[in-house]
Design a protein around this ligand. Structure first.
Ligand code: ACM
Length: 587
């Protein structure tokens, strides 16, 4: 008897998360997997074959001997086998998982990715022990109830953004998150690699970016109103080989890694490393009183932004050249995308800087917003010329029309200064995404009001370093990525959706796990599962399925927030977040 049987859970795919499109029982029997179960992998299914042996095989102690070479018909008749096939009649990420008592398990995917997602469903059907790394009972047999699961994703882009700049996540942690994403059928890892507080990727031609920019002397613990400081250096970065490993590991799991180099704001770490990148005629010196900023040790929006010079453009072209080599365009579905940030760039320095003002005049621009659009537009065209697609936060739509030399009133022509392939991460609500889709750009919906997982997940004093507004598991579950303003062709510009994990107040894996789970499971269902009917998501049903899912997360070692609230060691008494009751909000 399996654990699931003992606890009385539904065995026929009905507790799978994210929920599949359709599950049908076949008979009352079950397929049995044991040491004799053969694995037969047709051409094009190699990534799933390797994953099944390495992950499921290790967890359950199943050796999966290879099925007879090139003999699908005889194998199909074999009772005891798992068979993987590509079936061109299905969509690339769709799959059909068939389990019968007399012919074992068959996974057909429209493409290699579909086969892989089908294998993820098989793992869930095998119970929580399938999520461990070694067998609890070597030699045990494992049953999968007979059934047919037909499934396909609602959205193509099912993303998670990890902010590895504010707090560095060592490489092992990133690889672990790729596996956690794959277990939830998420397929885009957006890595926020640079910010004021740290530069996290080795760039060979500019060694000071990591020598100087990858660490800070100390860190404020909590948000702006907190007076607690950790007086020890924080830092770390990925070598180029680390990045190659992450990208390859993710691609094996059909996950695209989209790197973000945030320009022209959020750039103080780069300016600390190479002060000439800053507006040297008006620079805001570091708190320590030097003439150049240091890597920032605080949170909020930073006044030190890039100078709009040719030197800055050439410097970042050099950064992006190395980056394109590290993130090849053909690795996975969305590997062509490069994120250039573009968010929260205060214009005060450009207003005050005689050099920036001269640049605005020389370029014939109206103001600082158009200077930002010109800056973003430069890298949009630069990336497009190299076969890549720019993606940026929704501020990239601002000031766009005149900077492109077009006489169109701003607002009506959002994003018109961008190439058609440029896409927008809509974070300040839906509005940017709606404007971008109307202008023909693709959109990833990630509004902070719904899917910023740094936001507190319950009211009350117990939440560790609570920031933002309360976003419960149910709030995330009820998030709808396509707003009613978009329909037909325009809705098709919504590539998908993404949850964002900003780490100002998440200093280690335990904090990241706590903020991310269980809400990422709800988000995965938003991104993958069909919408029953507008406004009709069954949260009570989801919560019931979460009973089984919490045991999977336990077996994986995920430090999620329990439904009853934080465990004692997950609390952080005395450390203030934002906003703090009775005090003005500090950003
Ligand atoms: C953002 O949250 N600043 C994109």
């Amino acid at each position: 008897m399996t654990d699931r049987d003992e606890r009385g859970h539904d065995e026929r795919g009905h507790d799978v998360i994210p929920a599949p499109r359709a599950v049908e029982g076949v008979d009352r029997g079950a397929a049995v997997l044991d040491a004799g179960t053969a694995l037969w992998a047709a051409p094009g299914t190699g990534s799933t074959e390797r994953w099944l042996r390495g992950t499921l095989g290790a967890a359950l102690g199943l050796p999966f001997p290879s099925g007879a070479e090139g003999a699908p018909d005889s194998v199909r008749l074999a009772r005891n086998s798992v068979r993987l096939l590509v079936d061109g009649t299905l969509e690339p990420e769709a799959y059909r998982l068939g389990v019968t008592s007399d012919s074992g398990v068959e996974i057909r995917g429209g493409g290699a990715a579909g086969v892989f997602w089908g294998a993820q469903t098989l793992r869930q059907l095998l119970g929580p022990d399938a999520f461990r790394r070694a067998p609890l009972r070597p030699g045990a047999t494992h049953t999968v109830p007979a059934q047919v699961v037909e499934d396909a994703p609602r959205f193509r882009w099912r993303g998670l953004m990890l902010d590895v700049a504010r707090h560095f996540m060592p490489k092992d942690g990133v690889l672990r998150y790729v596996d956690l994403m794959a277990a939830h059928k998420l397929n885009v890892l957006h890595l926020h690699l640079t910010d004021d507080q740290g530069w996290r990727v080795e760039i060979r031609r500019y060694p000071r970016l990591t020598e100087v920019g990858s660490w800070r002397a100390r860190t404020r613990i909590g948000h702006g109103a907190s007076t607690v400081w950790e007086e020890k250096p924080h830092g770390g970065y990925y070598t180029q080989d680390d990045i190659r490993e992450i990208v390859a590991y993710a691609a094996e799991r059909h996950v695209s890694v989209v790197p973000e180099i945030d320009v022209p704001g959020h750039s103080q770490a780069a300016i600390a490393a190479y002060p000439e990148l800053g507006n040297t005629d008006v620079v805001t010196a570091s708190m320590e009183g030097g003439t150049a900023p240091t890597v920032w040790d605080d949170w909020g929006i930073n006044p030190n932004v890039l100078a709009p010079t040719d030197n800055t453009l050439r410097f970042y072209e050099g950064v992006f050249e190395e980056l394109l080599g590290l993130f090849p365009a053909d690795k996975a579905q969305f590997s062509r995308f490069v994120h250039i940030g573009g968010d929260e760039c205060p214009k005060d320095q450009w207003r005050a800087s005689p050099a920036a003002q001269a640049r605005i005049r020389e370029l014939g621009l109206a103001d600082e917003d158009e200077l930002q659009a010109w800056f973003v537009g430069h890298f949009d065209k630069w990336l497009a010329a190299r076969g890549r697609r720019l993606i940026g936060w929704d501020e990239i739509l601002e000031g766009g029309s005149r900077a492109a030399g077009l006489e169109v009133p701003a607002g009506e022509a959002a994003g018109i200064g961008l190439t058609q392939g440029a896409a927008v991460s809509s974070w300040r609500g839906y509005a940017g995404g709606i404007a971008a889709a109307r202008a023909g750009h693709d959109v990833v919906m990630c509004p902070e009001q719904q899917v910023y997982l740094d936001h507190r997940q319950a009211p009350g004093e117990d939440e560790p370093v609570p920031i933002g507004q309360v976003r419960t598991l149910e709030d995330v579950y009820r998030f709808e990525p396509v707003p009613p303003e978009l329909d037909g062709d325009r809705a098709r510009h919504v590539l998908g959706t993404q949850a964002n994990v900003w780490t100002e107040v998440m200093e280690d894996q335990a904090r990241v796990d706590y903020q991310t789970f269980p809400r990422l499971a709800a988000f995965a269902e938003v991104a993958w599962s069909p919408l029953p009917a507008p406004g009709e998501r069954d949260f009570a049903g989801f919560e019931r399925r979460m009973d089984a899912h919490y045991r999977r997360l336990d077996a994986l070692g995920v430090g999620y927030r329990p439904p009853t609230g934080p465990r004692p060691w997950q609390r952080r008494p005395g450390v203030l977040g934002r906003p703090v009751e009775g005090r003005p909000p500090v950003r």
